[in-house]
Structure formats: structure tokens, C-alpha cells
Design a protein around this ligand. Structure first.
Ligand code: GCU
Length: 677
């Protein structure tokens, strides 16, 4: 199938500053020559050449190495781009600077690392397409998060768990696919600074268990090499029960010598053939997946056993904290799924090896449209931590509805945990600032598939782009990121810019308004999680309740309830505990209140439910109209594709409105004061 290169698409009209064309791209090294095995610099030079061809229509001269002691200028070089490797410095791998020297006319991208040269080139391409003044090309950037990772939930049969953009482009019928789309993907994600990718689902079953074995070795090796050219390390999700399923052992106890020996043989073997492998992601003791609990062992026992084996290869174990009891009795009001991750992992703080990172979902539940920040971030002090966001829109419209997630991610990252007096935001923690650790970063469950446009909904590409940019530079605002993405994807037309900015910025709040109210979450159809079903998960075992009765709704998580709120440090705990200060948007997550309870907005809970659902459904209609006014301004194909999604969204938003409003009208017995039925 064909595909489009989204924001890298050279057809998009661009600014191009008046630099009189680019005729050549030269390499220069302050370190006595570019190492011949630096495949990333080759990639950078190739990307620069490609961009020059697409933007200026000229064929740049093939790259040559320049000496460092001649003063070059644009005229004596007949070229103006120099990729310069500098001596090692103490900046993070991937840092770069771009200098546009007015006196020589040269544009130099310099960095101490191949990764930095590549990111600098991609940045320069972006700038060449969006700014018009030569001196605006000058900049210096440095990645904030050491790990900027995408987690694919792709299965070997080609399906994608929670995938909304077609099938996997990594797997099909238990085979690994490697073709030009694979390379296009590496290019796409490297262009926004991603440096790590897990190619298979965290639920490792059937053939996926064998990805670490010789069966898939040559493909894993080829894939690892392909990603390496773009500065990306490949990771695999592991099955904790592999010693049984592949090795025929009778258990997977991490402290059993036979089990350890099995893992050691398997992973030594793998790393010997594929030394560039980044490491492994593990979902253990979660939603039916095997783990150390079966043997009375801790998650530290499990993670450390694997970490010790791969430490000599520089490998990382990324261990997920998404561990909870998914067999809860709904009548049990003491067990609280929101508390589980903190309860499971805080006692292990300080017990994990240096090459283990705990990967924590942004909220304590599961990627809802609104959740508080996971209190685990404010609890761990001696353990490497990493953020897990989800850009696959499982609970946020499944890429049929538009939901620009970056504002939500920013809110999470800016949340103060009060684990220290300063440098205590979630962003500080996952970028290593709080505790000075180097193994940390951000991951996102990704939203791509083999659809022509990669992300199903064309506007969902803003989330893939945005996550990459945000993990590289969390100080960027969500508006800045949207601006960059719109310019690169749709060009610099002002009307397009205004309308798509409007759509992106209202999309999240709109979705929140017409779905589950005031932070309570869920209310979706079980299994596939699309569309409204207020009691869909209410009487089930998954621990996701809204506790609505005739008087009121919400989960009491304060001191008189499950005690979840106590997992936060002060003053967050008091802010949430106290009804006066608990933010409206999280009220029903934190407390059970009567329908007649008055929010800070002055409205009662029940009236808020009615009003917000009507508003949300109306806003969906407005977003669709905004899109309609772009007809003729963007290519017909993309226009129609997005319009079809807006049609679905408008219909679904009305369905949500009606389902939620009718349910609460009936449950509460309180009519809408505006008389809507
Ligand atoms: C959610 C999702 C599952 C996924 C799980 C996870 O519960 O619905 O499909 O496996 O998260 O993060 O492991």
C-alpha cells in the first residue's frame, strides 16, 4: 500500500529563505575525521540532500570532507551547508546547533554526536520550510529526555491491540515485514527526535514469545540496523514465562537457577548477534500476563534478574507499573484500582538495578480523557522512572474523534509532585532533573498502522509529531507544537492555520464534555471501548466504577473512602481531600457527591452533566463546520478523509450526549433546568 510522509511530505508549500539555493552539503570534523561507521551522519547527509532536491530543485554535490583549517565561504565552496562533528562535550547525546553565518553565507549544523547532526538536519529542514529570514536559522537544541520512545502494541498476526490506523507494518502472519515503509517510518519518527521503539505488544503471546529466539534473529538484526541509521534503538516486549513456553522449564521463578541460566543463555545469544538492541519492555502480573508474583517473588526480583544479564551489553529493562487486581468484586468498595500501582511499587523503591526503569502510566487508572497524575511519580525517590502516555486514542475517540493530546500531556508534565521543594514536577522526574538519574524518559503507546496516512485520522498525526517534539523539548507549548505541525503538514496558508489551530485546541475539552463527566472515567462499551455505555464496566471485575445511585455519584477516594488521596504529598493530598479545593474536573474521581452538589462553576453536578454534554455535542458540530470551510484549500483526498471522520464524530457525540443525559435524568430524578429532553 502507498503511504504519505505526513509532515515530511516535500509537496507542502514552504517559505524558503532567500539563500540563493543550495548546491552542496559538506562534512567537516573537529575530531580528525568522521568515523566511517557513523551511519547516522550518512543518513543526515542523505536527508539533507533529499530536502535540497525537494525544496530547491537542485542536485547537491556528493558529500566531501572539508579540512578544518581553511576558511570556507559560500563562494569558494560553491555550497552552503556544512555538517560538522565537534569534539565530545558534556551535552546530552543528540544536542546540536545551527549557525547561519551572514559573512560566509554558510549554514553549519554542528554536534558532537551523529544523532545531533541528524536532529540538526531535520530541524534545519523544518526551518528552511517555515522561516524566511537567514538569521532565523540560528538555534541550539538539546534533548531533555534521554529516552524518547514509542511502544507499539503490534501482534505478530498483524493485528494491533488498540490500533486504529489499519494493520501492523511490522508483522503479518507471524512474519516480520521489512520494506521501504519500515525505513519511511524510521525517518518519520527520527525527524521528531524519537530514539527508541518497542516493536511488539506488551501482551506477549504465541509467536511473539519467540522474537528473542533464533527463529526471528536475522530479521531482528536487520531491523535493528535499519533503525540504528536513524539513531533509534530497537526494543522488544518480553514474555516473563518464556522459560516455560520456549525453554520447556516447569516454572519461571526469577530466583530459580535453572530459570536464570535459561534467560542468560537466551539473552547472551541474542545480544551476541544483535549488540545494538536497546533492551526489553515487560508487562508482568498484569491483566493475566505472567510475572514474579506466581512464585512469591517481587517485581524487583523479576526485573533485576533480567537487568543483570543484559547490563554488560548496555541493555535496559523497562518494567511497567500497570499492575492491579483485574478480578475485583464490584461490591468491594475497599479495593481501589487507582491505589494499586503505588501500593505495589513504593515498597520496592531503591531495590531496582540502575539499568531498570519503571514505566508509569500518566494516570493511576488507564489513559482516560481526564485522570489525576499518578501519585507514584511523587512517591518513588530511588528508582528510575519513565512516563507512559498513550497517543493511540483508546479512550479518547479511537482516532475517529479528533483529540489533540499535547495540552493534556503538558498538564501532566507540569504537575508538581512536592517530592522535593524544587525541581519536583513530573517533567523534572522523568527527564532526570529531580534525582540526577540518566535512565529515564518518556514513552507513548503509538497510534500508527499501515493506513496510507499512518494514523487513520489525519489530525491524529499531530499527536505523534507532538509527542516526539514534547519528549525532546518539554518547554515547547502545545500551541507551538501545533503551529509547527500545521505548517509542515498543510503549508503556511493563514486560514488553514487558524481553523486547524481552533480544531486542535478545542478538541480535547470538547471530547471531555460529551463523554464521562468530571473525571469519573470509563462509561464506554466493554471490550472495544468505543461509544457510550454508562454501566458498561459498572458491575464487572475491572475495578472501574462510577458508583452512581439515586442520590449521587463518584468514587469516594478520600480519608473516609478508599484512602487513595493519601498517596499524594502535601499540599496535593489536602487539595484533593477538601471539597472546597478539589478541582471540578476531578471531583467525581476523588469524591462521591450528591447530584445537587454545587461545583465551583456554581452549577450543580447534575446540571453540569446536562449542560456540558449539550455543549460538547454542539462543539463537535462546530469543529466539523470549521473543517468544511477548508474545502478547496487543502487537497480533496485529505479533506474528504477527515470530513468522513467528523461525520462519525458528530454522530457519536450526540449519542454520548443522549446516553449520558438520559441515564442521569432517570437515575437522579432531577430534570434539566433548561427543559431539554
Ligand atoms: C489497557 C488496554 C489493554 C492493554 C493495557 C496495558 O487496559 O485496554 O489493551 O493491554 O491497557 O496497558 O497493558
Amino acid at each position: 500500500m502507498e503511504y504519505e510522509a505526513a509532515w515530511l511530505d516535500g509537496r507542502v508549500p514552504c517559505a524558503v529563505p532567500d539563500i540563493g539555493g543550495i548546491d552542496g552539503i559538506y562534512l567537516m570534523s573537529d575530531t580528525g575525521g568522521i568515523p566511517s561507521d557513523n551511519v547516522i551522519i550518512d543518513t543526515a547527509a542523505r536527508e539533507m540532500g533529499r530536502a535540497v532536491r525537494e525544496m530547491f530543485g537542485t542536485e547537491p554535490v556528493p558529500k566531501q570532507l572539508l579540512s578544518t583549517d581553511t576558511l570556507y565561504t559560500k563562494s569558494n565552496l560553491n555550497a552552503n551547508i556544512v555538517l560538522r562533528t565537534t569534539a565530545a562535550d558534556n551535552k546530552p547525546v543528540g544536542a546540536f546547533s545551527i549557525t547561519a553565518d551572514g559573512s560566509t553565507g554558510l549554514i553549519t549544523v554542528s554536534s558532537a554526536s551523529g544523532e545531533g547532526i541528524l536532529y540538526g538536519v531535520f530541524r534545519l529542514i523544518f526551518l528552511l520550510r517555515t522561516v524566511t529570514a537567514f538569521d532565523r536559522l540560528n538555534c541550539s537544541e538539546s534533548p531533555a529526555s534521554p529516552l524518547r520512545m514509542l511502544n507499539h502494541w503490534d501482534n505478530l498476526d498483524g493485528s494491533i491491540e488498540r490500533g486504529y490506523s489499519g494493520k501492523s507494518f511490522f508483522f503479518e502472519n507471524d512474519r516480520i515485514i521489512i520494506n521501504d515503509r519500515t525505513e519511511a517510518y524510521a525517518r518519520l519518527i527520527a525527524s521528531v527526535g524519537i530514539n527508541a521503539v518497542v516493536i511488539n505488544n506488551v501482551n506477549v503471546k504465541a509467536a511473539a514469545t519467540k522474537l528473542i529466539s533464533a527463529v526471528y534473529r536475522s530479521e531482528i538484526k536487520t531491523l535493528t540496523g535499519l533503525f540504528k541509521k536513524y539513531g533509534i534503538r530497537l526494543y522488544l516486549s518480553l514474555n516473563f514465562a518464556a522459560p516455560m513456553e520456549l525453554g520447556g522449564l516447569d516454572g519461571s521463578d526469577p530466583l530459580d537457577e535453572k530459570v536464570r541460566a535459561w534467560w542468560k543463555r537466551a539473552l547472551d545469544d541474542l545480544y551476541t548477534d544483535v549488540p545494538d538492541l536497546g533492551g526489553f519492555l515487560i508487562k508482568a502480573d498484569s491483566e493475566g500476563r505472567p510475572g514474579p508474583f506466581t512464585y512469591g517473588r517481587t517485581h524487583a526480583d523479576g526485573a533485576n534478574m533480567l537487568a543483570d544479564i543484559i547490563a554488560p551489553y548496555g541493555g535496559l529493562i523497562i518494567w511497567r507499573c500497570f499492575v492491579y487486581n483485574c478480578k475485583q468484586d464490584w461490591r468491594d468498595t475497599v479495593t481501589d484500582r487507582a491505589k494499586a500501582q503505588y501500593d505495589n511499587f513504593i515498597p520496592l523503591d531503591g531495590q531496582f538495578r540502575d539499568n531498570v526503569i519503571l514505566q508509569i502510566k500518566n494516570g493511576p487508572m488507564d489513559f482516560q480523557a481526564r485522570e489525576p497524575v499518578s501519585p507514584l511519580f511523587g512517591g518513588l525517590k530511588k528508582t528510575n522512572e519513565m512516563m507512559e502516555f498513550q497517543i493511540a486514542q483508546e479512550y479518547t475517540g479511537q482516532q475517529k474523534h479528533v483529540f489533540y493530546l499535547i495540552p493534556m500531556f503538558k498538564e501532566v508534565l507540569e504537575f508538581r509532585t512536592y517530592i522535593k521543594d524544587t525541581d519536583d514536577t513530573v517533567c523534572d522526574i522523568v527527564t532526570g532533573r529531580t534525582f540526577g538519574n540518566v535512565n529515564c524518559g518518556m514513552a507513548a503507546v503509538t497510534n500508527t498502522g499501515n493506513d496510507e496516512n499512518w494514523t487513520g485520522h489525519d489530525l491524529a498525526a499531530a499527536n505523534l509529531f507532538g509527542f516526539g517534539r514534547l519528549s525532546f523539548d518539554p518547554t515547547l507549548s502545545s500551541e507551538d507544537i501545533a503551529r509547527e505541525w500545521i505548517a509542515l503538514t498543510f503549508g503556511s496558508d493563514d486560514v488553514i492555520f487558524q481553523l486547524i489551530s481552533y480544531i486542535l485546541s478545542t478538541s480535547g475539552p470538547t471530547y471531555e464534555k460529551y463523554t464521562a463527566p468530571l473525571g469519573v472515567g470509563w462509561m464506554v462499551n466493554p471490550g472495544h471501548h468505543y461509544g457510550p455505555n454508562v454501566d458498561g464496566y459498572e458491575f464487572s471485575e475491572w475495578g472501574t466504577y462510577h458508583r452512581s445511585d439515586a442520590e449521587g455519584m463518584g468514587v469516594e477516594r478520600g480519608i473516609k473512602g478508599t484512602g487513595y488521596i493519601q498517596q499524594y504529598n502535601e499540599p496535593n493530598a489536602s487539595t484533593y481531600e477538601n471539597l472546597e479545593t478539589c478541582p471540578d474536573e476531578l471531583l467525581l474521581f476523588m469524591h462521591h457527591v450528591p447530584y445537587t452538589y454545587r461545583l465551583h462553576s456554581g452549577k450543580t453536578v447534575i446540571q453540569h452533566i446536562y449542560d456540558s454534554h449539550y455543549e460538547g455535542a454542539e462543539e463537535a458540530v462546530r469543529m466539523r463546520s470549521a473543517w468544511c470551510s477548508l474545502k478547496g484549500r487543502i487537497d480533496a483526498k485529505r479533506y474528504e478523509r477527515v470530513l468522513a471522520r467528523f461525520d462519525l464524530q458528530v454522530e457519536s457525540a450526540a449519542e454520548w450526549r443522549d446516553a449520558i443525559c438520559s441515564y442521569y435524568r432517570q437515575k437522579s430524578g432531577i430534570p434539566d433546568e433548561k427543559g431539554r429532553i
